[in-house]
Design a protein around this ligand. Sequence first.
Ligand code: 0PR
Length: 377
Amino acid sequence: MHQKGTNPKKVLDELRIIQKHNQQYETGKILCSMCTKPHPIAKKAYTLFFESNLGDTGLFPATAQLEQETITQLADLLNCKTAEGFIVSGGTEANLLALTAARNQTQKAEPEVILPESAHFSFTKACNLLKIQPKYAPLDNNFRVKPYEVESLVNKNTIAIVATAGSAELGAIDPIESISEIAENNKINFHVDAAFGGLIIPFLPKNSPKFDFQLSGVTSITVDPHKMGMAAIPTGGILFRNKKMLNNLKTETPYLSTDSQYTLTGTRSGASAASAWAVFNALGQEGYRKIVRRCLSNTEYLVGQIHNLGFKLLCKPELNVFAFQTQNTKEFAEKLWKKGWCISYIPRYECIRVVVMPHIKRVHAKAFATALKTEKL
Ligand code: 0PR
């Protein structure tokens, strides 16, 4: 830090120049991110509430109310009006809280959690922190976990089963209905990681698979407004069907204006909650349906182009994510990056993954298809 301060205008000018060196959503070349340009109202709401701290709700009761209303809207959307939870820092914290609650509730000496092989790496972190043994269940040809493999891993140490509704790598939706039955029959917690899919699947035009609290075995759900919800980054969400489960997360906070906290972070962004509240209310279900329809239509367009250009699609896309292969996929991915296209290369499937988020317009999809044609090996 310098001894003397700098003129604020100069500081901001410098920041503006620095920000230009980041990738910009507006170019339409970010195809590897599950986040997107937040909705314009998210920024306004964030600014209005940027000084409020949900870690001390006695000081910010109105922001706490906004958080509760946001959770209630999510609970309603996920088919359990009475579900309770929190706006947190993202899917990682949400998944960590779900496993923490399950671990504390079950009190097993050698806790295990059953995960699909496709589970997000946030569960590796959670297992590491909580000293839970992960047990991985294999996937079928469509990259969905096999329910009988999940069932075969159930034992007296199992504290929870996890499934994913919209996997980070391929957007795959596990057979949650079957796993819900397994969890219920065995009286085991069942956490659904819908960090990505939770704000897409309810808005699919047709055939949306059951993945939420309407399945009676589902006990908790991660759903992130900062992904397809278009809220500010970071805004995550965790919901529990049963309010009693929250007791397993409770930490007393004797000298604060509130007597307890339930989340991992102490100081929590009230601005994040306000941003989600604002986007939910501004868009409504109709608004989200339109956005999802556009993302799916651009995905369909690109999948058609991939097919026409002779690339090999890894599997039929379920959401706005697809993956493909070519002769030397890694080299091809590097070529695309050199041309400014930000795509993911997934080593374990040797494929390129493309996520078609709301910032991708048809003109960008067309430009990407042209680049694929030009750069084809
Ligand atoms: N669960 C699922 C299914 C996810 O897709 C993700 C993140 C998480 C949990 C963890 O969420 P947080 O990152 O909010 O803690 N999925 C993306 C991924 O890892 C996150 C991401 C977003 C990565 C934007 C890059 C990026 O530019 O692929």
